[in-house]
Design a protein around this ligand. Structure first.
Ligand code: NAP
Length: 488
């Protein structure tokens, strides 16, 4: 590691952040965090036990009543300060992110700004929590509604957006007046730990946010979710784990938000601007090395323009530099681990065995880290594994269609429903197709939908609940209705 990298990692707290203090795990256990671009260890962090998790819940529960009672403006100003500190420390946070996760520095800077934006947005929303007052239809009573914070929220985040997934959950929770126990992914705990220090510096009272890193996510989550004091679970991760957690939450009727996997179709009609579609395809596919739930997973292209689109895409992909994210000329960093390399390799081999052809890339390069070449494959069957599973890697797979109805059928032919991308210059067709798509989000002539001011989320196996937008704060508010006898 270069000197600046060692210093950046050294600055981050490595303990558990509980009740405003940095503490070791019970028993002093730690686990190692690795740099996926070198496969060498970066540092050790505390490995929380169930006892530690319950201590974090004690702290969050103890802080709840006072935090919930603070003036919204007070909460807003702390969240706003945290936004400003994140932006001021953008370089440092981006470097930590690149080291633990692999994405190129330019993308890491983008994620830092995106993550900070959730704090800016929800600082603004904290002062707009509303209720209603109206006359009941029979005129005999009055209806009052009010919103109150849900209580203690448990947040579980994935490794692919180590900072933004934490702020996207924490921003609305803190704005609503809820308190938090956050469990980041094992592979990328450092961004969340850095965030703990930022919140502390911003003036967040002790116990309002507690962060536990652990190598026992199932045990810790089970213990927290069995405790009566927990009221809410917000999870971002795989559909497989999401279903386990939703079932567990059901036993206690916890409120639940689930941001799960995707299998996004990227539909290009023959009336689209092909160069625009190719440019946006690079974003929809290659952001985060393809390791995004919103990543374009199936390129569905009208057969009349499929060759032109695929060749232009392959040309762009073949000019990308793959390398360590800290290098200035790197466009594509490593995947997260060997399991990711094995999955992508097997999906590509299976597609080729079933008749697809590789236009560019196709191989892993494991000399240093977990690298995979930017890849375009064409002639893919809609029934092959690569069309049915989340690739989570830099592989664009092109399937052709012959008419609008077939495009819609192919797009909806998945259990997932997070996002779809539609490229057309025909407004009527665009609106028709958007209405027919069974997804929570659609990009129209645009390959990026993420925006703190918009409601992010899916349908079907991609989960439920929304993060961001005006809707995001509602996930952390309970609604109370009061029937008023105004003549008493
Ligand atoms: P994952 O394996 O489901 O892990 C996500 C988080 O869940 C991690 O913190 C993990 O901890 C924890 N976890 C694992 N098993 C658990 C269990 N039995 N009980 C409680 N927690 C458990 O997913 P991933 O591979 O890290 O992340 C990639 C997935 O996230 C993809 O499917 C992607 O589409 C999805 N994602 C969705 C969105 C969205 O907004 N819809 C955004 C980003 C990512 P450990 O790290 O310790 O295993």
């Amino acid at each position: 590691m270069a000197l600046g990298e060692v210093e950046a990692v050294a600055k981050v707290g490595k303990g558990l952040f509980i009740g405003g203090k940095w503490v070791d795990a019970a028993g002093g256990k730690t686990f190692s965090v690795e740099d996926p671009s070198t496969r060498s260890p970066l540092c050790e962090v505390a490995d929380a036990t169930i006892e530690d998790a319950i201590a974090a819940l004690d702290a969050a529960h103890g802080a709840f009543e006072a935090w919930a009672a603070t003036p919204p403006r007070y909460r807003a100003e702390i969240i706003r300060r945290a936004y400003e500190i994140i932006m001021a420390r953008s370089e440092e946070l981006a470097l930590i992110m690149t080291l633990e996760m692999g994405k190129p520095l330019a993308e890491a800077r983008g994620e830092v700004a995106y993550a900070a934006d959730f704090f800016r947005w929800f600082a603004e929303e904290a002062v707009r929590i509303d209720g209603r007052f109206y006359v009941a239809p029979d005129g005999n009573s009055r209806v009052l509604t009010m919103k109150q914070p849900v209580g203690v929220a448990y947040m579980i985040t994935p490794w692919n957006f180590p900072l933004a997934m934490a702020t996207r959950k924490m921003g609305p929770a803190l704005a609503a007046g809820a308190t938090v126990v956050l469990k980041p992914a094992e592979q990328t705990p450092l961004c969340s730990l850095a965030l703990a220090s930022i919140l502390e510096e911003a003036g967040l009272p002790a116990g309002v946010v507690n962060i536990i890193t652990t190598s026992d996510p199932a045990g810790v989550s089970e213990a927290l979710m069995n405790d009566d004091r927990l009221r809410k679970v917000s999870f971002t991760g795989s559909t497989e784990v999401g279903k386990i957690l939703a079932e567990r939450a059901g036993r206690r009727l916890l409120r639940v938000s689930m941001e799960l996997g995707g299998n996004a179709p990227f539909i290009v009609f023959d009336d689209a601007d092909i160069d625009l579609a190719v440019g946006q395809a690079m974003i929809a596919k290659m952001r985060n090395m393809g390791e995004a739930c919103t990543s374009a997973n199936r390129f569905l292209v009208d057969s009349k323009i499929a060759s032109e689109f695929s060749e232009k895409l392959a040309d762009r992909m073949s000019h990308l530099n793959v390398g360590r994210g800290t290098e200035a000329d790197t466009n594509v960093g490593p995947l997260i681990d060997q399991a990711a390399i094995d999955k992508v390799t097997s999906l590509v081999s299976d597609a080729v065995a079933n008749g697809a052809a590789i236009l560019t890339g196709g191989r892993a390069n494991l000399d240093d880290g977990y690298f995979f070449e930017p890849t375009v494959i064409v002639g893919t069957s809609s029934n092959s594994s690569i069309s049915k599973n989340e690739i989570f890697g830099p592989v664009a797979s092109v399937v052709t269609f012959n008419d609008e109805a077939e495009a819609i059928d192919l797009a909806n032919g998945t259990e997932y429903g997070l996002v779809a991308y539609v490229f057309t210059n025909n407004l009527s067709r665009g609106l028709r197709v958007i209405e027919a798509l069974k997804t929570g989000m659609v990009g129209l002539n645009q390959g990026l939908v993420s925006n703190a001011a918009a409601p992010f989320g899916g349908v079907k196996d991609s989960g439920f609940g929304r993060e961001g937008g005006f809707e995001g704060i509602e996930e952390y508010l309970d609604l109370k209705y009061v029937a008023i006898n105004h003549r008493a």
